[in-house]
Design a protein around this ligand. Structure first.
Ligand code: NDP
Length: 296
C-alpha cells in the first residue's frame, strides 16, 4: 500500500485559521491585538525570505507584525538594546531573533536576553529547562509542528519507538523531549551513532533533522513506519533551467514512501507548519501575558 502523504501545507492552513479565530476573539472580547516582533541582523538571503514570509503570515491572521532589520555590523550592545525595548513593549507578545546571527554576535547571550515569556521560538534556556522537566513552556516551532502532525495521524503515540536523527538544540533535542513527553521510547541518533541503518530500522516514527540531502534510504525504514522529514536542502537543478534549484529533504522520498506507512513531503510537509506554530505560540504568549485562558 502506498504511504499516506501527511499534507503539512493543508494542516498549516487549518492552524492559521484557528489562530485567526483566536486573534479575532482577543480583539473583540478584550481589545488586545497579539504582536510579533522579528529581528533580522544582516542580509542572509534565506533569512530574508523567512522573515518576509513570517511578517506576511502574521498580518494575514490579524496580528501586529514588527520587523527590525539591522545591518550586519550591528554591535551586540545595540542588538541587546533593541531586544530590551521589545521585552518592555506591552504591544509585543512574541520576539524572534532570526538565526544564524553574524559571527561576532554571541547567539546564546542574545537568545537568553529575550524575556522567556516572549520567546516564541522556545530557545531561551528557561524554556528549554521547562520543556525538559515537562512544565508549561514555549515549545520550539519546528518540533511542535512535527508533533502536531504525528498526533493528528496516530492519535496516541504512547509506547511507540521513535528515532530522531539529529541532536541540534533547535530541532533534534526538543523533538526528542516532545516525543518522550508523549510516552514514546526515544533514541537520538547523530553523526557518531554506530550502525545508523539498524537503529532507524527499529523505529515506528523516524524524524530526520540532519541537513544532508536524501540521506535516509527506504531500506532503513521499517515497513509501515511514519517518516517526518525536517530537512530543507537546496540542490542545483540545471536540468530545470539555468540557475534553477530543487528543494529536497533529508530522506530519499521515493524509496521511503514505498515502504513507510506515512510520510511528509519536502516541500509541503514540516516547513509550512513551522511558521503556523510560530503564530500559534504568539497567541499563546499573548493569552498568558493577559492572564486569559490559552488555546489548546
Ligand atoms: P544542525 O546542523 O544543527 O544539526 C544536524 C544534526 O545532524 C547534528 O546533530 C549532526 O550530528 C547530525 N548529523 C550530521 N550528519 C549526520 C550523519 N551522517 N548521520 C547522522 N547524523 C548526522 O541542523 P538543524 O537541526 O538546524 O537542521 C537540520 C535540518 O532541518 C536542516 O536541513 C535544516 O535546514 C532543516 N530545518 C528545517 C526547518 C523547517 O522549518 N522545516 C527548521 C529548522 C531546520 P552531530 O551533532 O554529531 O554533528
Amino acid at each position: 500500500m502506498p504511504a499516506t502523504i501527511i499534507d503539512g501545507k493543508a494542516f498549516a492552513a487549518r492552524v492559521r485559521t484557528q489562530v485567526a479565530g483566536h486573534v479575532t476573539r482577543l480583539k473583540q472580547d478584550h481589545g488586545i491585538t497579539p504582536g510579533l516582533a522579528v529581528v533580522l541582523v544582516g542580509e542572509d538571503p534565506a533569512s530574508q525570505v523567512y522573515v518576509r514570509s513570517k511578517g506576511k503570515q502574521t498580518v494575514e491572521v490579524g496580528m501586529k507584525s514588527v520587523e527590525h532589520k539591522l545591518d550586519a555590523q550591528t554591535s551586540e550592545a545595540d542588538l541587546l538594546a533593541v531586544i530590551d525595548r521589545l521585552n518592555k513593549d506591552p504591544e509585543i507578545h512574541g520576539i524572534l531573533v532570526q538565526l544564524p546571527l553574524p559571527g561576532h554576535l554571541d547567539e546564546d547571550l542574545v537568545i537568553n536576553s529575550i524575556a522567556p515569556e516572549k520567546d516564541v521560538d522556545g530557545f531561551h534556556i528557561s524554556n528549554v529547562g521547562l520543556l525538559g522537566t515537562g512544565q508549561k513552556s514555549m515549545v520550539p516551532c519546528t518540533p511542535l509542528g512535527c508533533l502536531m502532525m504525528l498526533r493528528d495521524h496516530h492519535g496516541s503515540l504512547s509506547g511507540m519507538e521513535a528515532v530522531v536523527i539529529g541532536r541540534s538544540n533547535i530541532v533534534g533535542k526538543p523533538m526528542a523531549q516532545l516525543l518522550l513527553g508523549d510516552s514514546c521510547t526515544v533514541t537520538i541518533a547523530h553523526s557518531r551513532t554506530k550502525d545508523l541503518p539498524e537503529v532507524v530500522r527499529r523505529a515506528d516514527i523516524v524524524v530526520a533533522a540532519v541537513g544532508r540531502p536524501e540521506m535516509v534510504p527506504g531500506d532503513w525504514i521499517k515497513p509501515g513506519a511514519t517518516v517526518i522529514d525536517v530537512g530543507i536542502n537546496r540542490l542545483d537543478a540545471p536540468e530545470k533551467g539555468e540557475g534553477k534549484t530543487l528543494l529536497v529533504g533529508d530522506v530519499d522520498y521515493e524509496s521511503c514512501a514505498a515502504v513507510a506507512g506515512a510520510i511528509t513531503p519536502v516541500p509541503g510537509g514540516v516547513g509550512p507548519m513551522t511558521i503556523a506554530c510560530l503564530l500559534a505560540n504568539t497567541v499563546t504568549a499573548c493569552c498568558r501575558a493577559n492572564s486569559l485562558s490559552e488555546p489548546e
